[in-house]
Design a protein around this ligand. Structure first.
Ligand SMILES: CC(C)(COP(=O)(O)OP(=O)(O)OC[C@H]1O[C@@H](n2cnc3c(N)ncnc32)[C@H](O)[C@@H]1OP(=O)(O)O)[C@@H](O)C(=O)NCCC(=O)NCCS
Length: 418
């Protein structure tokens, strides 16, 4: 075997737009995420928060970015950080660069005060290494808009373009939000998403105070003439506004044959489809196939256990137990990191006011969990008895059953893809 040349030195540092802009575009081109002409969308996204690069031979070859926001836990909004991009160029794969930058980014945002961190995963398993746990299923429905049950005729909407990014962002922040919903603070994130959208267009209404955009949707268009159109997001505050947007979508049905959208929290969209089973059968395997798919593609992790529990106000019984928590992220972080994960022994108190102390109480039952699985339990992704079957969580059956009744939560839905 011939001796391989030693790899050039890797340097990890903050993104610098003057030095790294074109190298970052190249990374995105190589991952297939960038179409020529959409570079501004990438620049805006990178500028929304933290951005770390790994440099090889003086050029950025790996990029990890995050953006600040909030996540709702029942009635409380908690500081949140979303990982908005993890990308490695073709020449730098499998060098451990994405792992290093991801761990450093989580440590940095945790040290800055994010109580929870989240991401959209490319595959199951990779981000478990950093303590992320998989979220619940999202329902993705595709349907013929003319198969929507008839409602009222929608009023003439306002046309929305990417130039409206500022008011669109405000409308996203003001939308009706439920448990697990995320908001990102920088308006440029919406601007970036709108510029990035293929043949993007939106429709909506400005019924808010002072003519603010009250409800709207924004679409990604695969083919203008017949669709599919994908609703990237929809904002509304009331039942009437939601139904008006669905009426607008139905109104496209004389021409457009397929619309795809994520089911909004708490709503069963199938209720609005006429003959959903017939629609599925007659369109099976066609270009315009009506379907319903379930996908669990987002992940979250707790970054600050006392901070999260302080804001946890549950509606059921009180429960006190030991938690032996493991956090795999620590293997990627050395002593110089500003935060090194949550591994340790804790005594947890759950109830209308919750809390945590360091240590162990020998009189209490003990739950063993990884931080990823504990995050799933805390968010309400699955009950303790279910997580004990397939996740990294174990304890006495009695404790698991009591956890099931204490963590009786609505299904968490971020309602913002990133
Ligand atoms: C995903 C991506 C960022 C990884 O970059 P990278 O710098 O090569 O990753 P790393 O070197 O840190 O890690 C690679 C290791 O993770 C492992 N890995 C990959 N997928 C995994 C999974 N689903 N579960 C567990 N491990 C996984 C690989 O096998 C590899 O292990 P090895 O080093 O022991 O061979 C890169 O492939 C990429 O840019 N893909 C396209 C863009 C994308 O999808 N980004 C992720 C968005 S969420």
């Amino acid at each position: 075997m011939t001796a391989r040349q030693k790899d050039p030195q890797v340097k990890i540092r903050d993104y610098d737009p003057r030095r790294d802009r074109s190298a970052v575009h190249r990374i995105w081109l190589e991952t297939g995420w960038l179409e020529k002409g959409k570079e501004r969308a990438v620049d805006l996204l990178v500028g929304c928060g933290r951005a770390l690069v790994a440099e090889i031979g003086g050029k950025a070859e790996c990029l990890v970015t995050s953006a600040p926001g909030i996540i709702r836990y029942l009635e409380e909004d908690l500081p949140f950080s979303g990982l908005t991009c993890v990308t490695t160029s073709r020449i730098a794969r499998k060098q451990g660069l994405a792992k290093q930058l991801t761990a450093l980014t989580v440590a940095a945002v945790a040290a800055e005060g994010a109580l929870v961190c989240g991401l959209g995963m490319f595959e199951q398993g990779y981000y478990d290494q950093f303590g992320f746990g998989t979220g619940g299923y999202e329902h993705i429905i595709t349907f013929d808009p003319s198969s929507l049950c008839s409602g009222e005729k929608a009023r003439v909407p306002r046309r929305i373009t990417s130039a409206d990014w500022s008011m669109v962002h405000a409308s996203r922040l003001d939308r009706a939000r439920g448990h697990g919903s995320c908001n990102f603070n920088p308006p440029e994130i919406t601007r970036s998403e709108m510029l990035y959208t293929k043949k993007g267009f939106g429709l909506g209404y400005c019924d808010g105070p002072g003519g603010k955009l009250s409800h709207h949707f924004w679409c990604w268009v695969k083919e203008v003439e017949q669709g599919p159109y994908q609703v990237m997001w929809m904002t509304f505050q009331t039942r009437e506004q939601f139904l008006e947007l669905m009426d607008l979508i139905r109104g496209l049905g004389d021409q457009v044959r397929l619309v795809k959208m994520r089911e909004p929290q708490g709503i069963q969209l199938q209720d609005l489809i006429r003959e959903p089973f017939k629609q599925r059968q007659v369109s099976e395997k066609s270009k315009f196939e009506s379907s319903m798919r379930a996908l669990a593609y987002w992940q979250m992790r707790i970054c600050d256990l006392p901070g999260c529990l302080e804001r946890t106000h549950l509606r059921g019984d009180e429960l006190r137990f030991n938690l032996a928590l493991t956090d795999p992220i620590e293997q990627f972080l050395n002593d110089s990191a500003p935060w090194r994960g949550l591994s340790g022994d804790y005594v947890i108190n759950l109830g209308s006011s919750s809390g945590v102390e360091k240590g162990k109480d020998e009189t209490l039952p003990t739950l063993q969990a990884s931080v990823g699985t504990f995050t799933r339990l805390w968010l309400g992704v699955r009950p303790a008895t279910g997580l004990a079957m397939t996740g990294e969580l174990s304890g006495a059956q009695d404790l698991l059953q009591r956890l099931d009744s204490v963590f009786c939560l609505p299904e968490p839905k971020p309602d913002w893809d990133f």
